[in-house]
Design a protein around this ligand. Sequence first.
Ligand SMILES: NC(=O)c1ccc[n+]([C@@H]2O[C@H](COP(=O)([O-])OP(=O)(O)OC[C@H]3O[C@@H](n4cnc5c(N)ncnc54)[C@H](OP(=O)(O)O)[C@@H]3O)[C@@H](O)[C@H]2O)c1
Length: 335
Amino acid sequence: MSLPSSMTYIAADSAGGPEVLKPATGPLPVPKSDEVLIRVLAAGVNRPDVAQRAGSYPPPPGASPVIGLEVAGEVAATGAELTQWKPGDKVCALTNGGGYAEYCAVPAPQCLPWPRGYDAIRAAALPETYFTVWANLFQAAGRLHRGEAALIHGGTSGIGVTALQLAREFGATTYATAGSDEKCAACRRFGAVAAINYRTQDFVEEIRRLTDGRGVDVVLDMVGAPYMARNVRCLAMDGRLVMIAHLEGSKVDGFDFLPVMRKRLVITGSTMRPRSTAEKGAIAAELRDKVWPVLEQGRCGPVVHASFPLAQAADAHRLMESSVHIGKIMLRVAG
Ligand SMILES: NC(=O)c1ccc[n+]([C@@H]2O[C@H](COP(=O)([O-])OP(=O)(O)OC[C@H]3O[C@@H](n4cnc5c(N)ncnc54)[C@H](OP(=O)(O)O)[C@@H]3O)[C@@H](O)[C@H]2O)c1
């Protein structure tokens, strides 16, 4: 595949609002020996991108300064050491940054094939939420098992939709919170047995009522400080609270940890981006083994709310910050 001498990407010359996102022209990234260069056809927009643009989530050392954590496209070139992928292969990938661009270099273990029957937009909508939900809800952190119950906050976020669908597929019962009745109805379609409009209902009381006082085994939280004590109250004996974000703050005053002892709770959390290539590759391998067959059978799959041309990345961020979306917001890069 012949490569152009330059590419279009989205630059953010300073931290700020969506207006700082502007198309720019620059050199293609050069893949390292263990990386593939992907000709990007579609890229996902994720809430961490909004935080990076605003200056509160800087890329880790060595990562591309270009925003964008997931892409789908075709392999355009491979690093010297690679035999796993070849030019022309259709892949989707969890990137280390650089996704809002016509070309993106990604460590090979972080790539997966497009599930059978998928197009670029749907394939690009998978990596960030599937890696995150698998690692936090099912692997070591949450250890959600068949027959258990989970409370998923932000049930219509990209993350929330994936969590609800996968939990249903793997035999768990889910409850969700969301900010409107319309979003609550969507949560039920994605697999929640009940959805709680947190603006009009007390989710602690509702979980107590819905579980006959038992509570849930896992809470997946992205809201943070104001939910800390309330999440603990929602958990059953031996429950796990998994924190993946702190949209409303990370510092809690006056937290009483006696219930943590009394109920033998585990409070944990993680961020995906700083994990090593080996760790991300191990998650990718499990996804390919356990989740890709489910996607190919159509029992789970991305819910795409809207897509924008790459040059309109600012509008995609405005939509995300409005929080009216249900599911994923995507960028069409080529094709
Ligand atoms: N730890 C990790 O590895 C990791 C990886 C990826 C994403 N994340 C985090 O997971 C969360 C979801 O990501 P996403 O890309 O799926 O986001 P998203 O689609 O933009 O969804 C976020 C949703 O959260 C709800 N929300 C509740 N409180 C909010 C607040 N104070 N500000 C904004 N939204 C609020 C909103 O829905 P309502 O109307 O229902 O309130 C909003 O639509 C984000 O916080 C993100 O940073 C963490």
